[in-house]
Design a protein around this ligand. Structure first.
Ligand code: SAM
Length: 476
C-alpha cells in the first residue's frame, strides 16, 4: 500500500504522528472488525435491573466471542475476532446490531461528557448516512428526546432511512435536506452532530482504493465545504447547546483548523473530553485558539483514523421557532386508533398520526417538535410507521415489525437460518404453521418482518428494496 507522500509530509507536525508506525500499520494488512449492539432489542439490563456486564450471553454465542471483546469507550461496542459475511446474518437485518468502525463509537463519550442525556434533548445528526452515528445516538438519548437524522444526498437518505427503521426507535425523524434548510429552525437543537464529508485518509487501511482519490487540493475543498456546512447550520443550535464535529481525515486543515475557524467566526467555547491513556487516543490543541481535539491513529488505537472535537455555543438571538398555524399532519381518528391498538404495546406513550394513507406513531410529548420539523424541512419518515387501514383492518408496515412498539403477543413463527435467508431474499417461504393471517417471522427471537398466511400459500412481505440480492455460498 503506497500512502500519498504529500499526506505523510503534511502530518509531520501533527501531535502524536509516528510516521514509521503509521506506515507499518497500513502495510500490515491487519483489519479490525467491530459491531455495536442495539440495546433497544438486545436486553442490556438483567432481570434485577442491573446492567449486563460484558457481552449479552445470546450474542456471545452468536459471534463466538469472549468478554475481552468490549470496546472500552462505547457501552454497546464489541470487537469481533473475524469478519463474518454480515449480509447473510439475519440478525443484522433485524436491527439487532450495526457494523461500525470502533473509533467512531467514541461519539458516545463526546455526547455523554458534554450533555445531560437524562433530560429530553433535541439532537440533529446533520450528515447522517448511512446511519452509524445516528443509530448510536438513538441508543444514547432518552425515549422523550428527539433525533433528527438528515442526509442531503437522496440515494444515501434512503439507506439512512432503512438503517434507522431497523434500529426501531419511534423518536426519530429522517430528513433529506441541505444543511441550510435547518437555519430556519433558529435556536432549536440542544446538540448538533456534524460528521463532515472529508478527504477520508482515516479509512485508507480499510479501503486502500480511496488512496487514489486523495489530493491536497481535495483537502482544501473539503475544508471550505466543512466551513459552509457549519455556517449554514449554526443558527439552529441553541445558546448553551453543543456542537460535535468529527471527520475521518488526519489533515489539520479539516480538523484543528476548523476549530480555529469556528472560534473566529462564532462565539463558541471548546470542550475537553476525558480519555484513558490505555485507549491510545491523542488529545490535540489547535494552533491559534488551542481548541481541544481527539485524534485516533490506527497504530495507537484499535480502530481506524478519526478526529472529534466539541464546542458549546455562547451566543443566541433568543428567537424561537413558531409553531405552524395550520399543522401539516393530522391525528389518527378514534376509529383508526382503535384498529391500531391491538398491534401496539400498551402504555407506550405514543400519539398516532396520519399522513396520506400511512399511520405512524410518535412520542406524545414531542408533538410540537414533530409539527415544527415537518413544517420546515423535507421529512422522509417520522416515528414508527404502523401501516395502512383497509376496511376495518390494518395492513401492517414492515417498520412496525422491527420496531420496539410492536405488541409482543402477536403470533410469530421462528425460522431456521436457511429459511430466514429465503425470507430476506423475498423468495417463497415454505413453513408449516397452523396460524392464518398476518404473522411475524423471527430468527433467534428477533423480528425479521411479516408474512401473510393464506389458505394455500404464504405471502412474503419483506420490503422489495431491502431484500438480499446475493446468494449465500452455503445455501442452495
Ligand atoms: N455520519 C455517518 C455515519 O456515521 O454513518 C457518515 C457520514 S459521512 C462521513 C458524510 C456524509 O455527508 C455523507 O453521507 C455525505 O453524503 C454527506 N454530505 C456530502 N456533502 C454534503 C454537504 N454539502 N452537506 C451536508 N452533507 C454532505
Amino acid at each position: 500500500m503506497q500512502l500519498p507522500q504529500q499526506l505523510l509530509g503534511s502530518l509531520a507536525g501533527v501531535a502524536g504522528f509516528d510516521k514509521e508506525a503509521f506506515v507499518q500499520t497500513h502495510e500490515s494488512g491487519r483489519q479490525v472488525t467491530s459491531v455495536r449492539v442495539n440495546p433497544g432489542k438486545i436486553p442490556m439490563v438483567n432481570s434485577d435491573g442491573s446492567m449486563v456486564k460484558g457481552i449479552p450471553p445470546g450474542l456471545q454465542q452468536h459471534f463466538s466471542i469472549t468478554s475481552s471483546a468490549k470496546i472500552p469507550w462505547c457501552t454497546y461496542g464489541l470487537y469481533l475476532s473475524e469478519r463474518p459475511a454480515f449480509i447473510f446474518d439475519p440478525l443484522i437485518h433485524a436491527g439487532a446490531y450495526y457494523v461500525q468502525e470502533a473509533s467512531s463509537m467514541f461519539l458516545e463519550q463526546a455526547l455523554m461528557q458534554t450533555s445531560d442525556t437524562s433530560q429530553p434533548l433535541r439532537v440533529l445528526d446533520l450528515c447522517a448516512a448511512p446511519g452509524g452515528k445516528s443509530t448510536l445516538l438513538q441508543s444514547l438519548i432518552s425515549a422523550d428526546s428527539l433525533l433528527v437524522s438528515n442526509e442531503v444526498i437522496k440515494s444515501r437518505a434512503a439507506i439512512l432511512e432503512e438503517n434507522s427503521v431497523k434500529w426501531g426507535g419511534a423518536n426519530v425523524v429522517v430528513t433529506n435536506a441541505d444543511p441550510v434548510a435547518f437555519a430556519k429552525l433558529e435556536n432549536f437543537f440542544d446538540v448538533i452532530v456534524i460528521d463532515a464529508p472529508c478527504s477520508g485518509s482515516g479509512l485508507f487501511r480499510r479501503e486502500p482504493e480511496a488512496i487514489a482519490e486523495w489530493s491536497e487540493h481535495n483537502v482544501q475543498l473539503c475544508y471550505q465545504r466543512q466551513q459552509r456546512i457549519l455556517a449554514d447550520v449554526f443558527p439552529a443550535l441553541k445558546e448553551g447547546g453543543v456542537l460535535i464535529y468529527s471527520t475521518c481525515s488526519y489533515s489539520k486543515e479539516e480538523d484543528e483548523n476548523i476549530g480555529d475557524w469556528l472560534m473566529d467566526a462564532f462565539t463558541v467555547h471548546s470542550l475537553p473530553l476525558k480519555t484513558e491513556a490505555a485507549w491510545g487516543i491523542v488529545e490535540t490543541r489547535s494552533d491559534k485558539h488551542k481548541t481541544y481535539g481527539y485524534r485516533f491513529f490506527p497504530d495507537k488505537v484499535k480502530g481506524e483514523g478519526f478526529f472529534i472535537s466539541c464546542f458549546r455555543k455562547q451566543e443566541g438571538t433568543g428567537n424561537t421557532v413558531r409553531m405552524p398555524k395550520r399543522p401539516a399532519l393530522q391525528k389518527a381518528s378514534k376509529n383508526e386508533s382503535a384498529i391500531l391498538q391491538p398491534w401496539l404495546q400498551t402504555g407506550s406513550g405514543m400519539q398516532l398520526w396520519k399522513q396520506k394513507e400511512d399511520l405512524f406513531a410518535f412520542p406524545q410529548q414531542l408533538e410540537k417538535e414533530l409539527l415544527t420539523i415537518v413544517d420546515n424541512v423535507y421529512v422522509r419518515r417520522a416515528g414508527t410507521t404502523i401501516g395502512k387501514i383497509a376496511g376495518n383492518d390494518l395492513v401492517p408496515d414492515h417498520a412496525l415489525a422491527v420496531s420496539t412498539l410492536v405488541n409482543g403477543s402477536i403470533v410469530a413463527v421462528t425460522l431456521k437460518r436457511e429459511e430466514a435467508i429465503q425470507y430476506l431474499r423475498r423468495d417463497d417461504v415454505t413453513i408449516t404453521t397452523g396460524q392464518k393471517g398476518w404473522t411475524l417471522v423471527q430468527f433467534e427471537h428477533y423480528n425479521l418482518g411479516w408474512i401473510k398466511v393464506l389458505q394455500n400459500r404464504i405471502n412474503n412481505y419483506y420490503p422489495q428494496g431491502w431484500r438480499i440480492l446475493k446468494r449465500a455460498p452455503d445455501i442452495p
